[in-house]
Write a protein that binds this ligand. Structure first.
Ligand code: GDP
Ligand code: IMO
Ligand code: MG
Length: 426
C-alpha cells in the first residue's frame, strides 16, 4: 500500500507541481483531490515551462495515469483548453480520467465570484480570490444544487439542472448585485459541446484508485492550495473553499487514512501569499521586493505579484501537526541564499507572551509579533548546480538544519532551482 500525499504547507505556490512531476517518475497514479483552476502548478523540464491548473502534474510522465477525483471543482472549458495546450506543446502525456462525482464550475459561479469580490471591495473586505468561481461552486455543492460531471454528460439531466439553477442564480445576480442575467439555452448549448468532448474521460475513478492501492501500486495525491488556505484550519475567511490539507484526500478522493503511508509537505525557504489576509512575517520593504524579484514571485494563475516575507517556521509546526507530515520538500534555497542576512521566525509573541497554538482570531493574529533568529546568506556560492547536501556552503547547511529542528520534521528534498533535476535528495 503506497498512498503518498503531497500538500502545500504555507499559502500556496510552494512548488508542489515540481515535486509531483519529480515523484511521478516512480508513481503509477497521480490524483488531484481538491480545489480547481485557482491552482497554478509549474513544471520546468528541459527549459520548457508547463503551467497546469486542473490536470495533475504527473501528466508529462507516460508511466503514470492521472486522475481528477471527486473533491475537485472542474471548469470544463479550462480543462479542455489545458488538454489542447499540451497537445500543441507536442508532449507525450499520461492517460487522464475524471471522476463522475466531481462538481462542475458553471458560468454563474464565475459571475458570482466576480460580483461578490466587487461588492466586498466596496466595503474594503475583499478576499482577493482568483475569480474562477471556486467559492460559489463549493457553496452549491454544500447547498446540494450543484451539477456533477455525471450530470453534465447526461443531456436530459443537465438541461433540467441548468433550468433548476438559472432562475435563482439570475435573481441573485440581478437583484442582489445588479449584474446582467445569464441565458440558460446558450449555456446548455455551449456546455453540451464540452460534455461531448469530456465524456470519454469520465468514470468511477474511485474503483481505479482502490484497485491500485490494493495491488500495492504507488498512488500520489497532489495537493493544490495549501494548509493556511484550508477552509477549516487556514486564516479564515482569507482562505479557499475546500480542504487542501492531507485529510482532504479522505473525502476528496474517497480513500481511508490507513491507505496513506507518507505525507510530504512542500514549502519555500521564505513565505509568499497572493490575495488578502494576515501574514505575520510579511516584508513590506525593499527586502520583500528583492525576494519577489529573485524568486520571480508572480502568480501562475492570475499574474499578481506575490506578497513576500521571511520563513515562518512557527506556522509550519502547525502545518506539520494538521497534516501529519512525515517529510518536507523545501524549495528556493537558491533564492534566499542571495540575501546578505536571512531571518527565520521560530515563534509568536502575543501581547508579550510566547504562544504554542496558531490563533483562530484574526484580531489575535494581528497582535502577534514574530520571534526571529538571524542567519548569514551565501551569495558568493551559486548552489543551483549542486546535487549533494555535503557540498552546500556551511551557512546554507546551518539554515536548513535549524528549520528542520524547529518544525520537527525531516527535510527530504531541497530545491535549488525550478528544473526537474535541480533537487538535492537528503
Ligand atoms: P505550486 O502551485 O505549489 O505548484 O507552485 P507554483 O508553480 O505556483 O510556484 C512555484 C514557482 O517556483 C514556480 O515558478 C517554480 O518553477 C519555481 N520553483 C520551484 N522550486 C524552485 C526552486 O527550488 N528554486 C527556484 N529558483 N524556483 C523554484
Ligand atoms: P496553488 O495550488 C496561491 C488564494 C487566492 C485567494 C484565496 C481564495 O497554485 O498553490 P479562491 O479563488 O480559491 O476562492 O481564492 O486563495 N489561492 C491561492 N494562492 N496558490 C494557489 O494555488 C491558490 N489558490 C487559491 O489568491 O487569496
Ligand atoms: Mg501555484
Amino acid at each position: 500500500m503506497a498512498g503518498i500525499i503531497v500538500v502545500g504547507t504555507q499559502w500556496g505556490d510552494e512548488g508542489k507541481g515540481k515535486y509531483i512531476d519529480i515523484l511521478s517518475e516512480d508513481a503509477d497514479y497521480v490524483v488531484r483531490f481538491s480545489g480547481g483552476n485557482n491552482a497554478g502548478h509549474t513544471i520546468v523540464h528541459e527549459g520548457v515551462k508547463y503551467a497546469l491548473h486542473l490536470i495533475p502534474s504527473g501528466i508529462l510522465r507516460k508511466n503514470s495515469t492521472c486522475i481528477i477525483s471527486n473533491g475537485v471543482v472542474i471548469d470544463p472549458k479550462v480543462l479542455l483548453g489545458e488538454l489542447e495546450g499540451l497537445k500543441k506543446q507536442n508532449v507525450e502525456t499520461a492517460t487522464l480520467y475524471i471522476s463522475d462525482r466531481a462538481h462542475v464550475i458553471m458560468p454563474w459561479h464565475i459571475v458570482l465570484d466576480e460580483l461578490q469580490e466587487e461588492s466586498r471591495s466596496k466595503a474594503g473586505t475583499n478576499l482577493g480570490t482568483t475569480k474562477r468561481g471556486i467559492g460559489p461552486a463549493y457553496t452549491d455543492k454544500a447547498e446540494r444544487c450543484g451539477i456533477r460531471m455525471c450530470d453534465l454528460i447526461d443531456p436530459e439531466v443537465f438541461k433540467e439542472k441548468v433550468y433548476e439553477n438559472i432562475t435563482i442564480k439570475n435573481a441573485i445576480i440581478e437583484k442582489v448585485y445588479g449584474g446582467a442575467p445569464l441565458d440558460a439555452d446558450k449555456i446548455i448549448e455551449e456546455y453540451s459541446a464540452y460534455a461531448e468532448q469530456l465524456k470519454p474521460y469520465v468514470r468511477d475513478v474511485n474503483s481505479i484508485i482502490h484497485n491500485a492501492l490494493e495491488e500495492g501500486r504507488v498512488v500520489l495525491f497532489e495537493g493544490a492550495q495549501a494548509t493556511f488556505l484550508d477552509i477549516d484550519f487556514g486564516t479564515y475567511p482569507y482562505v479557499t473553499s475546500s480542504n487542501p490539507i492531507a485529510g482532504g484526500v479522505c473525502t476528496g478522493a474517497g480513500v481511508g487514512p490507513k491507505m496513506i503511508s507518507e505525507v510530504l509537505g512542500v514549502m519555500k525557504a521564505y513565505t509568499t501569499r497572493v490575495g488578502a489576509g494576515p501574514f505575520v512575517t510579511e516584508l513590506l520593504d525593499e527586502t520583500g521586493d528583492k525576494i519577489r524579484d529573485l524568486g520571480h514571485e508572480y502568480g501562475t494563475t492570475t499574474g499578481r505579484p506575490r506578497r513576500c516575507g521571511w520563513l515562518d517556521a512557527f506556522m509550519l509546526k502547525y502545518a506539520a501537526r494538521i497534516n501529519g507530515l512525515t517529510g518536507l520538500c523545501m524549495n528556493h534555497l537558491d533564492t534566499i541564499g542571495k540575501l546578505d542576512t536571512i531571518k527565520l521566525c521560530v515563534g509568536y509573541r502575543l501581547d508579550g507572551k510566547l504562544i504554542d497554538y496558531y490563533p483562530a482570531s484574526l484580531k489575535e493574529l494581528e497582535r502577534c509579533e514574530p520571534v526571529y533568529e538571524e542567519f548569514e546568506g551565501w551569495k558568493d556560492t551559486d548552489i543551483s548546480k549542486l546535487r549533494r547536501f555535503d557540498s552546500l556552503p556551511n551557512a546554507a547547511k546551518l539554515y536548513v538544519r535549524r528549520i528542520e529542528e524547529v518544525i520537527g520534521v525531516p527535510i527530504k528534498y531541497l530545491g535549488v532551482g525550478p528544473g526537474r533535476e535541480q533537487v538535492i535528495t537528503m
